[in-house]
Structure formats: C-alpha cells, structure tokens
Design a protein around this ligand. Sequence first.
Ligand SMILES: Cc1cc2nc3c(=O)[nH]c(=O)nc-3n(C[C@H](O)[C@H](O)[C@H](O)COP(=O)(O)O)c2cc1C
Length: 232
Amino acid sequence: MIESGAVKVAIVYYSQTGTVHRLAEAAREGAEMTGAEVRLRRVRELAPAAAIDGKPEWRAHLDATAHIPEATPEDLVWADAILLGTPTRYGSIASQLQQFIDVTGPVWMRGLLNDKVYAGFTASFTAHGGQESTLLSLAHVFTHWGGILVPPGYTDPLQFQVGNPYGASFVGAGGTQPDAEHLEAASYLARRVTVVAGQLKHGRRALTSTSPTTSPSSTRLVEEHAASRNSR
Ligand SMILES: Cc1cc2nc3c(=O)[nH]c(=O)nc-3n(C[C@H](O)[C@H](O)[C@H](O)COP(=O)(O)O)c2cc1C
C-alpha cells in the first residue's frame, strides 16, 4: 500500500562545528519550498566530553543544537527521500554518522530502506581534502540500501559554479558560514531529490495494482535468508 500526500524527507547529519549543520538547514528550506514534510535530525554525539570541551566551538555548537531531535532508524523508514550530511573526516564519513548507519541493520534487513531517493552533502577544510571520496562513501551506503541515488550532476547552471556533481558541499574551516551560493546548492539538491521522490511516489501509486516490484518468490527468499541468519 503506497501512501499519498506530501513527500517525506529526512535530513540526517553530523556536524562538529556548524558548517554541515548550515548546509542541512539550507536543505531543509529547499525541501520545504517544494511542499515536503521534513524531519531534520542530528545524529548522537559520541565523542568524550573532554574532547568536546577542549574545542570551544565544538561545545558551543553541540549546546546550540541540543533542541534538534536525534535521528533514529525510524526516521529513515518514515521518509520517501533521505539526505545524509557529514564533515569530511580523513576523506570519509564522520564516525558519529557511521555509527548511526551501523545501527540500521534491522530495518535494512526487512527491506525498509529499499527504493527511497538518496543524496549526500559534506564540508571539508580544503578543496582537495576528500569531498568526493566522502560523498562516494555515502553512495556506497545508499547502494547497499537499495536506494535510488539522485546526485545534482550539472542539472542546474549553479552546479557549474559550485562544481560538485556528487552532492552538495562546501570548503571551509570548521564553523565557517557557507556562502549564499553553496547554501543555494544544498537547497537545490534537496529540491531536486524531493521532486524526484514525488514523481516516484505518485508513479508508484498509479502502478501499484498492476506492477508489483517484489515477487512472491523473492519475498520468500529474503525471509528464508533472514531466518537462517537469525538461527546462527
Ligand atoms: C578529525 C578531523 C578530520 C578531518 N579530515 C579532513 C579531511 O580529510 N579533509 C579536509 O579537507 N578536512 C578535514 N577536516 C576538516 C573538516 O572536515 C571541516 O572543517 C568541516 O568543514 C567541518 O564541518 P563541521 O563544522 O560541520 O563540523 C577534518 C576535521 C577533523 C576534526
């Protein structure tokens, strides 16, 4: 049974000093602009208090965003479209977001992350500091989730200015406010993802009665696989 109504978008991110948080807020505004229902969620901070307190901008950002709800796997299940955001950490995903990804096994196993629309966003300190490798790391996750990856490509003239076809991104020291162009790129990505998710959602609704995407035999195979894993 396919739900009708507004497209549901989950924006799940980690930010230590606020840069990725600002991209996430811009993405939320973009998705809302298209009429989507949006959940903005931060993942849980895992670093020890001593490390956080050793960097005043880290502590300040954590305290300033305490009101934003923490992400749960249910937020992903709820959504039609999902954007994940992370600072670049040695060219890859921050461990806080990775930890959240690593507790999605039970919902993934039940097929509850399949067929959603996915995109990523990031920030790094330097232009060649690994934005693409970070965004591609997120793409690996989306692939395992059976997602429909919707990158920005060069689908808007803005993309030729910001120059990242893999996802929204910004180059700046931690805590730097992304400029208007890069905030707009994050908003654009969220708008694009929401529109594509809406097209799929409405198309699926039209096709549900005639074109099932999961055959009875494949459902049985998944259940058998799950049962054999659980018995180990
Ligand atoms: C442990 C650590 C590793 C980092 N690794 C990279 C990196 O590989 N490349 C890079 O350009 N910046 C790196 N950075 C910088 C952050 O990605 C960058 O400052 C980002 O804008 C911070 O985002 P935030 O303010 O949302 O936390 C690293 C920062 C930290 C603390």
